[in-house]
Design a binder for this molecule. Structure first.
Ligand code: ZN
Length: 424
């Protein structure tokens, strides 16, 4: 998928009113399912999941606040951000003074509408710009929230690309936000594109790749509860969010800090503007995957991180805030991370006493004239020197500061010349 195609997917998903449960998530998964086969699991309300319980399902059809002339001064149809997520049904007449405690604005960003939810509070409310609020008279106002909060289910979806090994690389995206683009439709679009890139590979991948599309927090907790007996198969994981703003890529390390995924991503990012953050138990669902009982090797990839930009969780996080080129850059980095995880092996130098004579084996001549000859030779020397059974190709790439592909290419040439063998 090109950046433009990913952006088109963001725009298509943007109007849907998603929450942690309900038809908005299902409709989103149907659209993702046009790109990738998905396995969708419905987990009933009331199911105990780890320390949590699957909540009632929320759905909404319409909501408004009408002024005395009958005009919708706050209108769900204009933007689903106008209703506090999980608002209970309401129908009545209120003065502005009565409504005020239920009206949420951003006084410091008076043009923007905030994003608010009340998942577990059984409350209701509206979000609007400060400018709109400042223009409202005393009322009375006719208020309607045509929603349902009832027994139902929570929806999680998976797409699996089978590999030769049972161990898994997991990419997890939250799909519970309504009309917000960077957080997290951009992450969803990049994940869809990455799955497409994996499907387009000539050979079956070595690892199994599992893409998770599920609501934040309660979705991850539900998935972990359902998969408790098999999470030991997770060899590497990433939460992917905020993948399309114009900021630099940011990698947040796993709780372990030096897992293969940490070393792979930080090596890939080395050549481009980026930031690396240490783990903290705040942010996206790496919080759940890295909870101490699981302690999975899960990092987080974003551009500008969680809550790190003024448009975060406001109407300013719209498709215009997401750049096709930024999503392409995020995808490109992820494809490189996949190439590292796929190619990372540990070799043994079979001729470790002195350097083997490379010229005699045609390993210098084969490289003659190539502009990257110097790099290829350095890679060969590094692979020979560090292939003592203790260092993987990723370790060698990091130590030598050479691109992983150069190190992998050198190892392949040495393997064909019989100078190294893969460590069993
Ligand atoms: Zn968010």
């Amino acid at each position: 998928m090109t950046g433009e195609e990913m952006h088109a997917l963001v725009e298509r998903l943007y109007p849907i009113c998603r929450s942690i449960t309900g038809d908005g998530v299902r409709r989103t998964l149907e659209i993702i399912g046009e790109h990738l086969p998905l396995t969708v699991t419905e987990v009933p309300t009331g199911t105990e999941v780890l320390d949590w319980t699957v909540p009632k399902e929320w759905n909404i059809r319409d909501a408004y606040v009408k002024d005395p002339s009958g005009r919708r001064v706050i209108d769900f149809r204009e933007s689903n951000l106008h209703v506090v997520g999980y608002s209970v049904p309401v129908s009545g007449t209120y003065t502005l003074e009565e409504l005020r405690p239920r009206l949420h604005t951003l006084p410091d960003q008076p043009d923007l509408v905030p994003y608010r939810t009340g998942y577990y509070a059984e409350t209701w409310g509206f979000c609007l710009s400060q400018n709109t609020l400042d223009g409202l008279g005393d009322g009375p106002y006719e208020v309607l929230i045509d929603s349902t909060l009832a027994e139902g289910s929570l929806t999680v979806a998976e797409h699996v690309v089978p590999g030769r090994l049972p161990d898994e690389v997991v990419i997890s995206c939250h799909v519970c936000h309504p009309s917000l683009a960077n957080d997290n439709l951009a992450g969803v679009a990049v994940a869809v594109a990455l799955a497409g890139a994996l499907a387009g590979r000539l050979e079956e991948p070595r690892h199994t790749y599992r893409f998770l599309f599920m609501p934040g927090t309660i979705g991850a907790i539900t998935w972990l509860a359902l998969n408790r007996e098999r999470v030991h198969l997770v060899a590497a994981g990433l939460t992917l969010a905020c993948a399309g703003d114009r900021g630099a890529l940011t990698y947040k390390r796993s709780r372990r800090g030096d897992a293969e995924i940490d070393r792979a991503v930080t090596h890939v990012l080395r050549g481009r503007p980026h930031r690396v953050l240490d783990f903290s138990p705040y942010g996206y669902d790496e919080r759940q995957f890295c909870s101490p009982g699981f302690d999975l090797p899960f990092g987080g990839l974003t551009r500008t991180p969680y809550a790190g930009y003024p448009e975060y969780h406001t109407s300013g996080d719209n498709p215009g805030f997401v750049a096709p080129e930024a999503m392409e850059d995020t995808l490109d980095a992820l494809v490189q991370v996949v190439e590292v995880l796929e190619g990372n092996r540990t070799y043994l130098n079979l001729s470790p006493y002195g350097e083997p004579q490379l010229g005699r084996r045609g390993l210098y001549g084969a490289l003659g004239g190539r502009s990257d000859t110097k790099q290829a030779q350095m890679a060969m020397l590094w692979v020979l020197n560090l292939s003592d059974g203790e260092h993987s190709l990723l370790d060698i790439a990091r130590r030598s500061e050479l691109p992983f592909a150069a190190v992998e290419g050198a190892a392949q040439a040495l393997l064909e010349a019989g100078l190294v063998k893969e460590k069993a």
